[in-house]
Design a protein around this ligand. Structure first.
Ligand code: TMP
Length: 236
């Protein structure tokens, strides 16, 4: 499968057309941003880590009955995925308080929730991805009620599969962000990526952060954390 013209360049990935109109090629960059692009940098090797980890997890989720956009890994940085129309919602699941949950509600990080927290934001950098509830999303016609139900059920199932998998790697899955897309037949599939850019991972023994918070918060050891997550997942 060959790339033809570039369709889109995002903060962390480029998307290319292919000769098959139903498939696109995603190319993962080492570029890193935070705070809606206000902070910029590079994390060497990140593109390859995110590409390989995301594909591995998407395959695992497919095996658990969750439909995804994944088609074929081409090389370290490039993957063929089904072309979808992205639903403009950032779907977040939280198992433990951290990040914006802690700052928004004035609580410490590390509180274990009795049940997962489900939330979504409007995917819109200019508006700083504002938090939404279902009626806001319906009023803005971002998705139908049926799609929101499907997305919620799929996101909670993703959480169960990933939490169990990462526990086996000695990693606590604190929270993560998912994006979903519509195929031409209107069905919803998991899209985008699942990686240290989009999840919070804490070491199960020490609670050391092994994710993009090291970049967001200038904690140092950023590249090392991404490589450590590769070792945990692939045993490399
Ligand atoms: P938050 O606590 O900042 O809302 O982040 C929740 C989760 O979502 C965390 O695992 C990081 C991820 N995330 C993204 O993938 N993209 C984003 O733009 C933001 C703000 C968070």
């Amino acid at each position: 499968m060959e790339k033809t013209n570039q369709l889109y360049e995002g903060k962390a990935k480029k998307v290319f057309a292919t000769e098959d109109p139903s498939l696109v090629i995603v190319s993962y960059k080492d570029d890193a941003t935070a705070f809606d692009g206000a902070k910029k940098g590079e994390i060497r090797g990140k593109g390859a880590v995110n590409n390989r980890m995301s594909n591995f997890l998407m395959r695992k989720l497919e095996a658990a009955g969750i439909p995804t956009h994944f088609a074929e890994e081409l090389n370290d940085r490039e993957t063929v995925v089904k072309k979808v129309e992205i639903v403009p919602l950032e779907v977040i699941i939280r198992n433990v308080s951290a990040g914006h949950f802690a700052s928004r509600y004035g609580v410490e990080e590390g509180i274990v929730f009795d049940e997962p927290v489900f939330e979504f934001s409007y995917k819109n950098d200019d508006l700083h991805d504002p938090l939404l509830n279902t009626s806001h999303a319906l009023a803005l016609k971002l998705a139908t009620r049926e799609e929101i139900d499907t997305i919620r059920n799929m996101a909670l199932k993703v959480n169960e599969v990933l939490k169990a998998f990462f526990a086996g790697c000695g990693v606590r899955l604190i929270d993560f962000k998912l994006e979903f897309g519509r195929l031409p037949d209107g069905s919803i599939v998991l899209a985008d990526e699942i990686s240290p850019d989009t999840c919070r991972f804490w070491d199960a023994q020490t609670n050391e952060k092994l994710d993009k918070d090291r970049f967001r918060r200038d904690l140092g050891g950023v590249e090392e954390a991404y490589q450590e997550m590769m070792r945990r997942v692939f045993g490399e």
